[in-house]
Design a protein around this ligand. Structure first.
Ligand SMILES: Cc1ncc(COP(=O)(O)O)c(C=O)c1O
Length: 394
């Protein structure tokens, strides 16, 4: 039977990770994998997380199932954190997802039940998982323009030409902040324009919020999602705690549905629960419980916010350093955009052969579309990295 199957292509990031791991060269640089790294190149367990985990160890009496909707207090704390009270809670229903991907998957499944075969507009480019996830549930993914490859900033005019033409049957997937892979983000004024457009067209927004707090701060990063959900009658938000709490493998996320009223919200909730029951039956709780404990405890929350700030400021510092090092060496502002971007990634706009050369000759690894993870930049070797990049560009 298996002979009927074709070998599926793996996400290129997994191939790159394997190549990096097998590379014996000293001083190799990993700008590929999308996880935060500290100055030692380690993806740390946050202190706030360790303390919350200890509390779970000390007090947990059972590992019994939590119920299909998952950890309700975790969901409520995340809704408060992300949406900040801009929508009446009576209109909101949540279920836990296995990470942000799990949350997206639940929401897309419900979307496809509501509008089978419906179009879902995805930014060009986007996180490579968005497109196949939409296809898997039978939605029809379509690109909307997003990135200006000359300026390496958002091509807002091109984006709005498509967004303004959406219909009430269309869905648009928006990155809430810290766009992956480009690092180029909408300004508050641009979010206002997108929200007004959705109000006008009636298109349905699904916001992917995987990096809250990694860009300009928790409040600033929440501007877009709050603007969108408070402007339209119905929307969805997929929240991930993987990056901002450093909980990657624990798979903590929340699928948030915002309906026009409480009765409609109950229907959406029943659909989300039905999807969970038919797929994984129960969602994981360890990461969810960690986040709940942190967000509900004033001291732990303050400690987490300080740790999040440290991660964010380190990435901002590395951006400025790399942009400055390239400017000094090349006497051009061509890479200043790195400092203007925010979040964990920047799309450098290098040709694939330059990316390949950097890997083969200099052991500098990045995704072949030239996305870099700025947290992977070794702070004491920024000049060396700039030299290598400029030499490879030629
Ligand atoms: C844009 C975007 N959305 C969602 C996710 C999902 O993250 P996770 O499933 O690990 O929580 C990621 C992770 O890389 C991402 O970059």
């Amino acid at each position: 039977m298996f002979e009927t199957l074709k070998k599926a292509t793996l996400d290129k990031i997994f191939v790159l990770m394997a190549e990096y791991a097998a590379d014996p060269r000293d001083g190799k640089i990993d700008l590929g994998v999308g996880v935060y790294k500290d100055p030692k190149g380690v993806t740390p367990v946050l202190n706030s997380v360790r303390k919350a985990e200890q509390r779970i160890l000390d007090t947990a009496k059972t590992k019994v199932y939590k119920g299909v909707v998952g950890n309700k207090e975790f969901s409520a704390a995340v809704v408060d954190l992300a949406l900040g009270g801009v929508v009446d809670l009576k209109r909101i229903r949540c279920v836990n997802g296995a990470g942000g991907t799990g949350a997206l998957s639940i929401l897309m499944n419900v979307l496809s039940r509501a509008r089978p075969g419906g179009r879902i507009f995805i930014s060009d480019p986007s996180w490579p998982n968005h497109w196949p996830m939409a296809e898997l549930v039978g939605l029809k993914p379509v690109y909307y323009p997003y990135f200006d490859h000359q300026t390496r900033l958002v091509d807002f005019d091109a984006m709005m030409k498509v967004v303004d033409g959406l219909t009430p049957d269309d869905t648009i997937l928006l990155h809430g902040c810290c766009h992956n892979p480009t690092g180029a983000n909408l300004t508050p004024a641009q979010w206002d324009i997108v929200a007004a457009s959705l109000q006008r067209t009636g298109a349905f927004p699904l916001v992917d919020l995987a990096y809250l707090g990694f860009g300009d701060g928790l409040e600033a990063d929440a501007y877009g999602v709050r603007k969108i959900v408070s402007s339209v009658p119905e929307s969805m938000v997929a929240f991930s705690a993987s990056k901002n709490f450093g909980l990657y493998r624990e798979r903590a996320g929340v699928a948030i549905a915002i309906a026009k009223d409480s009765d409609s919200a109950d229907v959406v909730s029943s659909q989300m629960q039905n999807v969970i029951r038919a797929t994984i039956s129960q969602t994981p709780d360890h990461g969810a419980e960690i986040v709940r404990i942190i967000l509900e405890d004033m001291d732990l929350r303050a400690e987490w916010e300080a740790e999040l700030k440290e991660m964010r400021e380190r990435m901002q510092r590395l951006r400025v350093k790399l942009a400055e090092a390239i400017r000094q060496r090349s006497n051009s502002k061509d890479f200043d955009f790195i400092a203007e971007h925010s979040g964990m990634f920047s799309l450098l706009g290098l040709k694939p052969e330059v990316v390949e050369k950097l890997k083969l000759e200099d052991a500098v690894y990045m995704i072949n579309d030239s996305r870099i993870n700025v947290a992977g930049i070794p702070e004491d070797r920024v000049g060396e990295l700039a030299d290598k990049m400029l030499a490879a560009i030629g």
